[in-house]
Design a protein around this ligand. Sequence first.
Ligand code: G3H
Length: 540
Amino acid sequence: MNIAQRMASIFPTADAIPEKFRLTPIHQTDYLISGELKTWDGPFGEVWSPICCMEQEVPVPIKIGSHPRMNQETCQAALDAAVKAYDHGQGLWPTLPVSERIRHVEEFTWRMKEKRTEVVNLLMWEIGKSLADSEKEFDRTVDYIVDTIDALKELDRVASRFTIQSGILGQIRRAPLGVVLCMGPYNYPLNETFTTLIPALIMGNTVVFKPAKLGILLWGPLLEAFQKAFPPGVVNTVYGEGRTVVGPLMAGGQIDCLAFIGSSKVADTLKHQHPNPHRLRCVLGLDAKNAAIILPDADMEAAVSECVLGALSFNGQRCTALKILFVHASVADEFLKRLVDAVNKLPFGMPWENGVKITPLPVRDKPKQIAEWLEDARLRGANVLNECGGTAQGTYCHPAVVYPITPDMQLYSEEQFGPVIPVIPFTDISEPVRYVVQSNYGQQVSIFGRQSDQIARLVDPLVNQVCRVNINSQCQRGPDSFPFTGRKDSAEGTLSVSDALRVFSIRTLVAAKNTQANRELLTTVIRERQSSFLNTDFIF
Ligand code: G3H
């Protein structure tokens, strides 16, 4: 079968869905406020899967559930619960010893692990992520929590001693910021929400979190784990339209920290809604248009394989995806031939199919938008080089290799966040470097080549434009212990297992003149365990 024929039969009939992965629609009514799982009886939003079913040879989208569309009043109640639990830093959670907070997070982790099968299945149904990638997202999240606990222990061990300097005794620790609003993105609805939620919680903040616009139902199985593992009000959930839910919460000025992964446009709106922007700490993961630069001496096979991975993993829906490829004109033909061959061989289909790489898209109008970008490129002189590139069948859009891209085309600067690989030839290395310099984004770049002096000459200017230069490999966030951030419109704040603990906390200290009386006083506080801040406990 050729690609067009395989595309025509990509979606299953209802009875061809493997039993193991079938989903009974979920009417999610629960939300968590102040330690109580409440039942929503107001309006609901519908959840549609990117997976369609064939009915009379037509792909028909499947409705897989519904979620609360909370009103402003209920969202405010969630925020009030978080504010009360924080209680100006005097609540139970922010004053709990670190070892106790760790215990709660550990309890949450084992409860979460029990829900792996359900959450993984919902990841496939809600965002169309392949089974292997959905499992990876879940397991990586659990590892992230475990690593966060280890990093906090390490941080606390260093802080468990006093410092004596210039006649002053001091104990320096990290204290929470207050109430954190956490919002993750739809492409990593579980993992990227947790990479802010968990460090925020474990540092003693209380949290309101809102699931991404897609990937909502998968939170259902976890609500009980949050409820059971954390004291009332420490974790609260809000559901619904961002504009209704989040705008008024920001405008009230009670949120101390905004953790948001999404577009810079939305981040700007949210920040401006806060009445005291100087009080608001922001941790933002935003837009990116990471470029790959393929030098004439690059190992073509390795470069193509990394570029395909970089551009098309999860259908290109990663902030770190390679979103434009600059290839030296002298090797463009060979590179493109190999690239097209590799894209033609990519297995596509339903998320549960063995080895599948390309799957249906969760954003409803994406195939149409991709068609518009391709039409714009065609009108300005580019071609789609691969068979069926950019053609759609229902929610499935076949990946497109587009060449040659020029600066007047939308694909030159638009972040496509989808299965499109724009390729642009260059003759002078200043061309891709200028692209990176002039771009609004500054996340990462990939360089492919073998000559050390050439690579070194590129590394030096590029490290001052982006925050990670990848040599002979795709752009990516991992390993999670590496700093993940960006310049310009790409990020604010740095995330990694240990950096995240820092961004969700502030250094604070207790200091006293090094006198006999003060030494005795502090010794008593410590010996009699009168404070949870002032202590010299070593957490094993
Ligand atoms: O969408 C952005 C993610 O942080 C990318 O993470 O590079 O591990 O896929 P990843």
